[in-house]
Design a binder for this molecule. Structure first.
Ligand code: ADP
Ligand code: MG
Length: 247
């Protein structure tokens, strides 16, 4: 048996009396796209933040590549290879496309602008930023202000920013949100190729994308995983149909 790259064991997070995630255990295997679906408020984004390190879990563990990273913050987790994109954009809109990827290569988000000028002279970081733009097909947009990109291009740029740290695992929170049909299709093709480099834990509402991409699907309802299985298994599962698919 292959070892999972990511292993969540009994993760919990409450906000006051609300249990946002409730005893969540799941794994992500090499090469796999594991989709996480569930109604609004089910705890999907909370779980992604617990894995990325932005939210401290009340209990439970996150093991990444065989190492317990539960006590680490976001920056060391990202540097160790946990790549992530966010439901809410974290791009610096006033900076160029290339500058955003260079910031990404530093392993930081928006808060380090004062280091900016010297960083843009760092050939190695700039090369890494350009290479990531090439991967997602944004090379010709490198000098553009990020605010001037289309929504779909921004989504691709978020993936490029995450790619700069050469992640071993990807956490993606609704990457298809707001993309039109053609944008979703392009991103779907891209994610399908990306999984070879890094398996993806994919939170997504677009069920066409989920059914096209996911090797396994876990269904989260009120913070609990109520089922995990292949697309066919999930579609047939009576608990899922009742609780989520509404049939
Ligand atoms: P999803 O991403 O599945 O829509 P979330 O993880 O965003 O769900 O939210 C799960 C539940 O936790 C919701 O009821 C939400 O209102 C609540 N919640 C999320 N973040 C916070 C927070 N920082 N403080 C209080 N409640 C929160
Ligand atoms: Mg969410």
């Amino acid at each position: 048996m292959t070892d999972p790259l990511l292993k969540l064991s009994h993760l919990n997070k409450s906000f006051g009396a609300l249990k946002a995630t409730d005893d969540v255990s799941l794994t992500l295997m090499p090469g796999e796209i594991h989709a996480l679906i569930g109604p609004n408020g089910a705890g999907k984004s909370t779980l992604i933040k617990q894995i990325a390190g932005g939210l401290r879990s009340d209990s439970g563990t996150v093991e990444f590549a065989g190492r317990d990273v539960t006590a680490l913050g976001t920056v060391p987790r990202a540097r160790a290879g946990l790549g992530r994109t966010f439901q809410i954009s974290s791009l610096a809109m006033e900076y160029t496309v290339l500058q955003n990827t260079v910031l990404g290569a530093l392993g930081h988000d928006g808060g380090v602008m004062r280091f900016f000028r010297p960083v843009m002279k760092d050939r190695r970081l700039v090369d890494r930023g350009m290479a990531a733009l090439e991967r997602v097909g944004l090379t010709d947009q490198a000098a553009k202000r990020t605010a001037d990109l289309s929504h779909g291009q921004r989504r691709l740029l978020e993936v490029a920013v995450a790619l700069t740290l050469e992640p071993k695992v990807f956490l993606m929170d609704e990457p298809m949100a707001g993309l039109g049909a053609s944008g979703s299709k392009r991103l779907t093709g891209f994610l399908d190729a990306l999984r070879v480099q890094a398996p993806i834990l994919l939170v997504e509402h677009d069920m066409d994308a989920v059914f096209a991409l996911a090797d396994r699907i876990s269904v989260l309802v009120y913070g609990r995983v109520i089922a995990t299985g292949t697309a066919d298994e999930i579609k047939r599962d009576p608990t899922v149909r009742e609780a989520y698919l509404g049939a």
